[in-house]
Write a protein of this length. Structure first.
Length: 110
């Protein structure tokens, strides 16, 4: 009971108010930062969409077909070259040699 009477309540309420106030200020700052990021993202997305539409207008369908054929040939050559070395025999070969190992010259106890 004595500790309740000796507590400085103005300091307690001040500390509580500062803690809650700090949390709300951080939340408000976070809200504004996310709003700014949203605006920048929206602007960038609109710019990219406009660029894509401009590129679509410039490119011919024949050019796309020609590039697609080149891409198909390149993919086929790549897959052929990658599959050339995949056939392994599965046989492990160990050759024993009669000459001493390289470290035997340094360590005569071997």
């Amino acid at each position: 009971m004595v500790t309740l009477l000796t507590t400085n309540w103005s300091t307690v309420w001040l500390m509580t108010g500062l803690g809650i106030g700090t949390v709300f200020v951080i939340l408000i700052v976070l809200f504004f930062v996310l709003s700014i990021f949203s605006t920048v993202t929206r602007t960038t997305r609109d710019t990219v969409k406009a660029g894509v539409e401009a590129v679509k207008d410039v490119i011919d369908k024949e050019e796309i077909a020609e590039n697609t054929a080149y891409a198909a040939v390149a993919a086929a050559v790549y897959l052929y070259m990658q599959s050339r070395h995949d056939d392994e025999s599965g046989v492990l070969t160990i050759h024993h040699s009669d000459h001493p190992a390289w470290h035997a010259e340094l360590n005569k106890t071997l």
